[in-house]
Write a protein that binds this ligand. Structure first.
Ligand code: BTN
Length: 264
């Protein structure tokens, strides 16, 4: 039997959106939904908000060249097209913040726990374990973001036994209806995307409020030197680099340059 979820805090029974997911394409299997969407864009006019969702990826892409695997038909794996012409290229990390917050809203609306956090740059953790990864690929035209492909992998019904990953079912024991949950997710994405358009400052503030390890002493590894050090995340700069304060002062890092513990 398919259950929707024990708690549906603020979520409507019949979720609807203006444009996110209105053009919805489901592929039983594909290499990568990010790639499928990129091909569609190159071949035809694709409306903003188009979603390509799949049950299985043969070559799912993760951050920094990693692979994204998922059991067949168990999880949400989709890519979404945005055309954020209102965002200057130098502010592109704002899109990442808004998308991470939308999944944060989605997950925290479905679970009893308050311990849902955004791990920089845009992973979502529940009690320190990863439940969602996001891969954003921007297409640029001069100084403008022409298109933005937002790929999301959200662990739903696959059950994990390791310490690093989790899913809704691992946490609650419930089997979820993936297509229904996607519709809820689209409402969360649309709400944050419109907020990004109208009040980007709220997005930046909320991102820091939900940021894993913000203002909390932690041990980091500097991947350039392989040394670990004690530090504190004090913010994110305009380029989306992580600002860490240690006894060496303030330093900024990109994704490949620093490792954060997931569980402290
Ligand atoms: C990460 O490494 O954390 C990001 C993972 C992103 C995975 C999703 S699954 C749907 C979309 N298609 C892909 O090939 N990757 C993203």
């Amino acid at each position: 039997m398919n259950f929707v979820g024990a708690k549906m805090r603020n979520f409507p029974n019949n979720p609807s959106t203006l444009f996110i997911g209105q053009n919805y394409i489901y592929l039983a299997e594909t290499q990568s939904t990010n790639l499928s969407l990129k091909v569609q864009i190159s071949e035809s006019m694709v409306p903003e908000g188009t979603v390509i969702s799949t049950g299985y990826q043969t070559n799912g892409k993760g951050q920094a060249g990693a692979v994204w695997d998922g059991a067949k038909d168990q999880n949400i794996m989709l890519s979404l097209l945005l055309n954020p012409k209102f965002i200057n290229l130098k502010d592109q990390f704002l899109i990442s913040k808004a998308m991470a917050l939308s999944v944060h809203d989605f997950i925290s609306g479905l679970l009893e726990t308050e311990d849902v956090k955004v791990k920089w740059p845009n992973d979502i953790l529940v009690s320190g374990q990863k439940i969602c990864g996001i891969l954003i690929e921007n297409g640029l035209k001069g100084e403008q973001i022409e298109y933005c492909i937002v790929g999301m992998g959200i662990n739903i019904n696959e059950v994990f036994t390791d310490q690093k990953r989790t899913s809704l079912k691992t946490i609650t024991g419930i089997d979820y209806n993936l297509r229904y949950l996607e519709k809820i997710l689209f409402t969360c994405i649309e709400a944050r995307y419109l907020q990004l358009k109208n009040h980007p400052e709220i997005i930046s503030k909320a991102y820091l409020e939900e940021l894993f390890g913000f203002q909390t002493p932690m041990r980091f590894v500097d991947n350039n030197t392989n040394y670990s050090f004690n530090g504190v995340i004090t913010g994110i700069n305009e380029d989306g680099r992580l600002i860490v304060k240690s006894d060496q002062g303030f330093k900024t890092y990109n994704l490949k340059e620093i490792s954060l513990p997931a569980i402290t």
